[in-house]
Design a protein around this ligand. Structure first.
Ligand SMILES: C[S@@+](CC[C@H](N)C(=O)[O-])C[C@H]1O[C@@H](n2cnc3c(N)ncnc32)[C@H](O)[C@@H]1O
Length: 252
């Protein structure tokens, strides 16, 4: 499957990019038979990619004893949603209240503005995915559930469209939702601000917030959105040593 657009600048050196391309080729031309491929995916995990998985493993442990849904703001191919579903299957396979909800246009960035600066080299439409990609992702998330208990109860939702409209609509339709984990990964200012404003009254002591681009000079909009909504002075913004960019805070 080919991405439509990505656009953002990549900080890897040319040697790293070359090595990554060889890695991708080896994956595309894998000699591993179909019935062994899923159980051997670790073969293709580089330190960088594994570090993100480990980050979310640590984050999931923090929410196991809290109540509420997981919301991801910015889904793209859905790797994090799928990971969350797998972790739910490991840590709390019977927790039907731990719904996993993902918001995305599935058509790339929408609403990029001056507060996002110029460095990211992006525009509306960057980070788009294939037409109808949500159907593919829905299949993956259904299979994740099928391989765990209570699979007859669907415990995920994909909400397609501009977050500025879809997030308020979703929570209007689901007034019962409180948030144990919110993952902010729209990258850009306007939808991030909208998400933070709606999420704020649904947080409680123990809710975990994850930010993918805080303090990131390529995507300044996320930091500005946080400062204009929840603010940072009362947040203990932390990270784990294995990842550089992604950070989190537990509401105290
Ligand atoms: C960096 S990607 C998310 C990556 C994903 N969290 C992951 O773990 O791989 C950012 C996503 O935000 C989405 N996005 C940007 N602006 C949006 C908006 N106004 N409404 C909904 N989604 C938006 C884009 O479509 C894109 O898929």
């Amino acid at each position: 499957m080919k991405t439509g657009k990505h656009d953002a600048i990549v900080l890897s050196s040319s040697e790293e990019k070359d090595a990554q391309a060889v890695f991708s080729d080896l994956l595309k031309n894998t000699p591993i038979p179909d019935d062994e491929i899923l159980s051997n995916l670790g073969l293709y995990l580089t330190s960088k990619n594994l570090s993100r998985v480990l980050f979310f493993y640590e984050i999931y442990k923090k929410i196991v004893e809290t109540h509420g849904i997981i919301a991801e703001f910015g889904v793209r191919w859905g790797q994090t949603l799928s990971l969350m579903s797998a972790l739910r299957g490991i840590f709390e396979p019977f927790n039907r209240h731990r719904k996993i909800v993902g918001f995305d246009t599935f058509e790339g960035f929408k609403g990029i503005c001056d507060k996002d600066g110029k460095r990211c080299n992006c525009e509306d439409g960057s980070f788009s995915v294939e037409t109808d990609y949500e159907r593919y992702l829905r299949k993956i998330l259904s299979l994740q559930e099928q391989l765990n208990p209570i699979s007859h109860l669907e415990k995920f939702e994909l909400v397609k469209g501009d977050a500025i409209e879809t997030i308020p609509n979703y929570f209007q339709q689901h007034p019962e939702s409180i948030i144990s984990l919110a993952i902010f990964d729209f990258d850009i200012y306007k939808p991030t601000k909208a998400a933070l404003e709606i999420v704020k009254p649904r947080l409680f002591k123990g809710s975990v917030l994850v930010f993918d681009e805080l303090c990131d000079d390529i995507f300044p909009g996320e930091t500005i959105a946080l400062m204009e909504t929840i603010g940072i002075t009362n947040l203990r913004i932390k990270r784990f040593p294995m990842t550089a960019r992604i950070s989190y805070a537990v509401i105290e």
